[in-house]
Design a protein around this ligand. Structure first.
Ligand SMILES: Nc1ncnc2c1ncn2[C@@H]1O[C@H](COP(=O)(O)OP(=O)(O)OP(=O)(O)O)[C@@H](O)[C@H]1O
Ligand SMILES: Nc1ncnc2c1ncn2[C@@H]1O[C@H](COP(=O)(O)OP(=O)(O)OP(=O)(O)O)[C@@H](O)[C@H]1O
Ligand SMILES: [Mg+2]
Ligand SMILES: [Mg+2]
Lengths: 227, 227
């Protein structure tokens, strides 16, 4: 279960304050597939960063599976990020000096899993996203959509209980995008909690829950459609 | 007029050869709005890079407004890029140390246009993409879709005759994305030649020409739909 209470993230720039999240109250059931939608700049990535322990709230609380994230110190957050969450970044964040295979295997480095099995598991995920013949390409030797798919594979290699996906199909054609949506849906049906930020309405078909954001606040679907 | 004859781009990696473009023949009429579609990895960005003078073909010819790009030396290509083309990158390529306003104004640095007018023109474009109140944010202080819109504004500030847009709405919600499509269509109707790589079928509504790519080759719409 994920529960956010009066969650705020305020960015201060000189004398200007940007309320990226402006008092958000959310409950996400365990094992749900939740789609998060909203206009550009409405706070979706900020919300995902806070849920993934990649940033700290300005105020408010975040409970994930009984743990309070806002109370964790940096080391505890690092363990949480590594063990509990698989994060697919909107801008991929691949390591430029590593190949696709090395990028996918990277989260396993502290897992205690041996080299052969790390390689096997990483290869399997690259195959699942259609990139088995791009394993030895570095990010600059991959198309935009191929980089996005490597980012998807990397987020899954640790078999995390919760997957946070930020626009995972933004750079993909209809067919490749559908493949990724189905992959996320399969993971959901295998028991994982999946949160997907997307502007692709096809993802709603797979959703058990929906959240709509407008200017850093949660709104109803009606308010969102009316905007 | 843009004319490609038997255009090839082969990447060599050790003993492996990747034919990103595999003998492409294209004619793009001046003043057209051409949509380029194809699966992830089919060669769309590679084609745009060659047309924009950002990379060189392995073989074949590229004629743009009577000039042969494959015959240009590096300095001539640099002038071509700066004066004839506005390029919107799939991964934005913004300068991290500059604000949104500075990023948009950057292509004007050799234009001979005075500081006040550079600022005025850049502000106007940021307003057109809905970002006038984000002028002083740096890329890391912008959402993904906001960064994409800064990249769009920057490509237009030099008032180039040809605009090459690589997935310009991939990170935008329905409404913001429609705004960018209309902006590109307006530029087209004002006389510019516009090429848009996209997987958003809404763009076809504004297109005067269509190109479909599959595995580095041009195919018919039928072959593309059947794939
Ligand atoms: N520097 C490189 N070295 C080796 N292969 C490359 C290189 N750059 C691109 N490729 C390969 O060339 C093919 C075409 O790449 P390109 O970026 O043009 O695809 P695309 O159609 O733009 O895809 P997407 O829709 O995913 O952005 C891809 O299969 C990619 O892996
Ligand atoms: N470091 C920062 N400093 C100042 N403002 C910021 C910072 N990071 C984000 N913002 C602002 O916070 C708001 C929310 O950003 P966020 O990235 O969460 O939006 P988003 O919903 O993911 O948008 P998109 O759909 O375009 O990716 C935006 O208006 C953005 O300009
Ligand atoms: Mg975002
Ligand atoms: Mg591309």
């Amino acid at each position: 279960l994920v529960r956010c209470r009066d969650l705020r993230k305020i960015f201060v720039m000189g004398r200007q304050r940007v309320a990226a999240l402006d008092g958000v109250n959310i409950e996400i059931p365990e094992g749900s597939l939740t789609v998060i939608m909203g206009p550009s700049g409405s706070g979706k990535s900020t919300l995902l960063y806070l849920l993934g322990g990649l940033d700290r709230p300005t105020s408010g609380s975040i409970e994930v599976a009984g743990e309070q994230l806002e109370k964790m110190d940096e080391n505890t957050l690092a363990v949480y990020r590594r063990q509990k969450v698989g994060f697919i970044f909107q801008s991929f964040n691949l390591v430029a000096s590593m190949t696709a295979l090395e990028n996918v295997a990277f989260p396993l480095r502290f897992s205690g899993i041996g080299g052969a099995e790390r390689k096997e598991r990483s290869r399997g995920l690259l195959r699942q996203v259609g990139l088995e013949n791009r394993s030895h390409h570095r990010p600059t030797e991959l198309s935009g959509g191929q980089q996005q798919r490597v980012a998807v594979a990397r987020a899954l290699v640790n078999r995390p209980a919760m997957i946070l996906a930020d626009e995972p199909t933004g750079n993909l054609d209809t067919t490749s995008g559908l493949g990724i949506m189905r992959l996320l849906s399969d993971l959901h049906r295998s028991g994982k909690t999946v949160l997907v930020v997307t502007h692709d309405p096809r993802m709603l078909h797979y959703a058990t829950n929906r959240i709509f954001l407008l200017d850093g606040k949660v709104v109803t679907e009606q308010e969102y459609q009316a905007a």
